[in-house]
Design a protein around this ligand. Sequence first.
Ligand code: ADP
Length: 362
Amino acid sequence: MSDTNKDALPITVRNVTKTYGNVYALDDVSLDVKSGEFLTLLGPSGSGKTTLLMVLAGFTRPDCGSLKFGDEEMIRKPPHLRDVGMVFQNYALFPHMTVEGNVGYPLRLRGVSKQDVATRVERALDTVQLGGYGGRRITELSGGQKQRVALARSIVFEPRILLMDEPLSALDKKLRDRMQIELRHLHEQLGMTTVYVTHDQREALTMSDRVAVVNHGRIMQLAGPQELYDRPENKFVADFIGDSNFLSVTREGGTLTAGGVKLRTSCNVPEGDSLALMLRPERIHLLEDAADDETNVFDATVTEVVYQGESFLLYAKLSDGSEVAVRGAIRADTFAGLPRAGAPVRLGLAAADTVLIADREG
Ligand code: ADP
């Protein structure tokens, strides 16, 4: 379909605020979505993701701020003139219509000829791998198929921008995992600027070019998946994405101490007095031999070991009383060889795996 697709457009959001009573659903949000990019808004429930998506779609008018698609100001434009495709969690299909009837609906609304509707519906259904399903009734479809129909309907008029609000959250996990990859491929194929909403951090990391982490109506960090995971800029992002341990850090001159250990770090040290060391459980390892010069070594006592199938979680108390979790892969019968509660362990953390962040709530 990309041969006939219009050019994708960048989205520019500037200083957008939306309040409901004294709740700031969006608090002075500015955001640039690049042309053709897959950008995800990720955040907990109530953080403002849907409100921002509805501002983009034109269903919510912000109190102030500007929104541009390309060079064109959109704030006053009604939804049907914005040329955006939308997919919702609950499909929003017409149950009494056939698949063809649903997918062709936006085209008929735009006065496209009957012949063209048929061709374009067929092409859209092929794109979402539902070729030949045009005559089926919506009630005869599975959840995954319904979501594909909703997708086909959102791309059939070749919008310049595609907006998706938790489109996969009604599907079971296996199907959701598969659809994430399919949506990613579809995006590569169609190349339209896409803004995707989810509260599921793994989904966001799987699918996106970049992720905007949202909390209390503000963007806490905007970065690629790997940067977000490895270099979170604040405690909220570090806590929300992946599992993390935090140790408070004391700074005396140029020396940083955490968990009773003088820290070796290759991470940028943020300004300010209050610092935390973030440790990802899977980056900490149980040391058996002497450590090299680039590894921080924490002496600890095991408090609990948990079997989780593909991996184990080991909780340990450090010499200063703080507790950390360590995750490791289980191969063959390595689980049986792990130290048990009460045993001393040495935990290693490479200087390159240390992440220091300002220790205040974002
Ligand atoms: P999310 O999509 O991240 O779950 P929302 O954008 O739906 O969050 O909501 C952000 C905040 O704005 C929440 O506190 C929510 O209760 C409030 N809110 C959203 N829509 C309305 C509305 N129509 N009326 C009143 N409050 C609303």
